[in-house]
Design a protein around this ligand. Structure first.
Ligand code: GLN
Length: 487
């Protein structure tokens, strides 16, 4: 029999609706698993046990009164970048190790209003900068498929928690790939929604024109259920778009026969592991069998996306992170000599190496004399990258390719080589630069490690991606695989 922790969100929801078990029972089950297994994975920074049990009890009462909605009583874990009222919100940094958020981020409130139960806050790369979860102040997260390898990043804790079945779903943020890449490396499903689809209010800012929050779960169907609660307008985020939210679960079963899938030729070239490529080709075969047409397209400017991203993201982060000055938030150094010493040492001691590297790059790119050469130029190339997608979408319904060039790599392997680390996001970053939705789903194994395929869609066309992914998941069972030690 399937046990509680291996069930999908949908299966748990059905069992709650049938009263097979209660939210308190499910919540206790996951909390016990986290306490037992997470010593190995380090996927949580904070466990909110008492609050979770209280929320679960409330959810059960709501159900008794007939007030339950599809997500009521289901547990979720939040990336520690989302402000959670009264709960430590560290962003994976020593800088915010002592920060208790005074309010909830919109995404957290939305799922709370839907009746979900927060299990805790998950580990992440410091300020979401990284692709391996090794830059966290709280230590690296271990990939449940092989604890010598990374889970990906920056939302590594959220992805590992779902892969290890310590939570049925979680939240993440994606600035250049931080939902899709860890989803791929951990063998789960992760969606970066269109920029503006989901509110960024209360989500600690890294690079505001690229950051987007979204869900992780086992299946596209579960992700659709979560997106229903998360999507929507928010007056507190000026970039959030006021557009009706469709019910993402109703179009899941639509036929995908006749859809045209674009394969960006730049995503299949040098740098892509041959075995990973083969798995992507196998997945394309499945879509062909389902009646989809395959068409090669070109995104000629996409090879520049890493360079553009590291100028734009660093520039924005250098501005966003200036608020951590030892005065208003978080860490302050001991016994400062004067104000300047306090600023300098608070930042020098509070931030880790990768964050400092980005702040320096960003400050440089924005400085007089270099602004035009770097920042302005990067913005222009960003537009070209966006235009490439526009042209591709005139010919196809969505794009398909690998999510990451390799399966999970060894912990420590890329820490001293930032450029090779940055290349982990070679296929995901352009999507953020263009503000498009991207979905990663499991598509097989290479060396016993999961790999993912990425579906990229038109602005606000999450439905098409979730529909295609759901149909693919009816034909395959990669998303059902669980690491042996977690089954
Ligand atoms: N790995 C990329 C970076 O380090 C993307 C991170 C993210 O999406 N938050 O910037």
């Amino acid at each position: 029999m399937t046990s509680i922790h291996t069930m999908t969100l949908k299966e748990l929801a059905d069992n709650l609706a049938n009263k097979t078990f209660s939210s308190v029972e499910i919540t206790k089950h996951f909390l016990e698993r986290i306490k037992k297994l997470d010593k190995t994975y380090n996927s949580f920074i904070t466990l909110t046990e008492d609050q979770a049990l209280m929320q679960a009890k409330l959810a059960d009462e709501k159900r008794q009164k007939g007030q339950a909605t599809p997500l009521t009583g289901l547990p979720i874990a939040h990336k520690d970048i989302f402000c959670t009222k009264g709960v430590k919100t560290s962003c994976g940094s020593k800088m915010l190790d002592n920060f208790i958020a005074p309010y909830n981020s919109t995404m957290v409130s939305q799922v709370e209003e839907a009746g979900m139960v927060m299990l805790g806050k998950t580990n992440m790369d410091e300020f979401a900068m990284g692709s391996s979860n090794e830059t966290s102040f709280y230590g690296p997260v271990k990939n449940p498929w092989n604890i010598e390898t990374v889970p990906g990043g920056s939302s590594g804790g959220s992805a590992a928690a779902v892969a290890a079945r310590l939570a049925p779903c979680s939240t993440g943020t994606d600035t250049g790939g931080s939902i899709r890449q860890p989803a791929a490396l951990c063998g789960i499903t992760g969606l970066k929604p269109t920029y503006g689809r989901v509110s960024r209010y209360g989500m600690i800012a890294f690079a505001s024109s690229l950051d987007q929050g979204g869900p992780f779960a086992q299946t596209a169907q579960d992700v659709a259920m979560l997106l229903n609660a998360m999507a929507g307008f928010d007056t507190r985020d000026s970039t959030c778009v006021d557009m009706p939210v469709p019910d993402y679960t109703t179009s899941l079963h639509d036929k995908i026969q006749g859809k045209t899938i674009g394969l960006p030729k730049e995503y299949f070239g040098q740098g892509l592991d041959k075995a990973v490529e083969q798995k992507v080709l196998d997945a394309i075969g499945v879509f062909e069998k389902l009646g989809c047409k395959i068409k090669e397209v070109s995104l000629p400017s996409s090879p520049l996306s890493i360079s553009v991203y590291y100028v734009v993201a660093s520039a924005e982060c250098s501005s966003n992170l200036s608020r951590y000055d030892g005065v208003r938030f978080g860490y302050r150094c001991k016994d400062p000599l004067n104000l300047e010493d306090m600023y300098k040492r608070s930042r020098a001691e509070g931030f880790g190496d990768e964050v400092k590297r980005r702040i320096m790059v960003g400050t440089y790119a924005l400085s007089t004399g270099y602004y035009d050469a770097y920042y302005l130029k990067a913005q222009k190339v960003r537009k070209l990258i966006s235009n490439d997608f526009k042209q591709a979408f005139e010919q196809v319904d969505f794009l398909l390719g690998p999510t990451a060039p390799t399966p999970a790599f060894k912990i420590g392997e890329k820490m001293n080589d930032p450029v090779s680390m940055y290349l982990s996001d070679i296929y995901t970053i352009a999507t953020n630069l263009a503000g498009l939705p991207g979905l990663s789903i499991p598509a097989g194994f290479v060396n016993d490690l999961p790999i993912g395929i990425q579906l990229t869609g038109k602005h606000f066309d999450e439905s098409t991606l979730l529909n295609a992914a759901h149909i693919y998941q009816q034909e395959t069972d990669w998303h059902k695989k669980v690491p042996v030690s977690c089954s």
